[in-house]
Design a protein around this ligand. Sequence first.
Ligand code: SF4
Ligand code: SF4
Length: 341
Amino acid sequence: MMILKMKKEDLPAFLESAKEWGELWGPTTKDGKTSYAKVDSLSQMDLKATRTVIPPKKFLYPPRFTMFDFDEEGFVERTGDVPKRILFGLHPCDVHGILIMDKLFLETYKDPYYAERREKTLLLGHSCIPDDKCMCFATNTDFVAEGFDLFFTDLKMFYLVWVGSSKGHDLVRMRADLFSRNLDKNDILNYTEYRKWKTAQFKAKIDLTGMPDIFELGYNSPIWDELGEKCLSCGQCSMVCPTCNCYNVVDEVDLGTAEGTRDRFWDSCMFREYSVVAGGHNFRDKRADRLRLWYTHKLQAFIGEFGKPACVGCGRCVATCPVDINVATVSTALKEQEVGK
Ligand code: SF4
Ligand code: SF4
């Protein structure tokens, strides 16, 4: 993979040229909440924010969208109307989250709606400053080597820029005058120092080694009932998690006609209705069972199938759950057989 160097002061000019490719989106902060917004320039972005409330999965897999219009004659797919976008400022954990989505929606199942958005979205990563909720060191997602088009690592005066795709290379060529291939030993030393600095920033206490075995051993643990007593089944953890991907579909039919749309929207296995089947039976009626499914999927089943957890350590469940149920508290409770207060 090619690594280039760019002066930090040249980033605004680079992004200005990149806008020829598509809309520019980046992290912006308002009233203490950070979210991706369409921007005109770098000056509107907040590159110091650690995480957005909702991860960038929303661009590739929107919370709700129409798949097709139908009538008595047949249906017409709603494809082709997705704008070309450049997402700037993705952190390593979020790129890892998108790699998991790619595995599910491009490799395991071919999802044309996801594929179209992925094709029309450029991912420009940016290095981050971990806070006390970040756990990516425990999921091996604190650095990233693939899945992005370009990745910018901030080394104070310069950026080191990883070129991860031919589309990323095309963007670089639009302003080749801003990039240099003249890297020397100081760049290696600076990058090594940066990695050490980043590793030293993590404060969360979490150890996910051996989780598949711990989950197997703890399948019947009373811990699940204790956690189930606390859980509100609000589903916020699923909405904010960059790897949660359950959805439902609904037909919206115009009254008195056979015309309508088929819409797809985010769902959550934390919702009671999620597991109701024909006849009204609910095979995960208890909140404890739904919690166990969620965490078993993330930290046991996904590892068994794909060799890595479906948790990228972003800390959003830590920041979001109103009753303090998250990857850290659940994995610790299972190991120690005690739910912390
Ligand atoms: S674990 Fe927390 S965020 Fe998730 S459904 Fe339960 S209460 Fe809501
Ligand atoms: S389980 Fe929590 S920490 Fe892990 S990826 Fe999902 S929201 Fe982030």
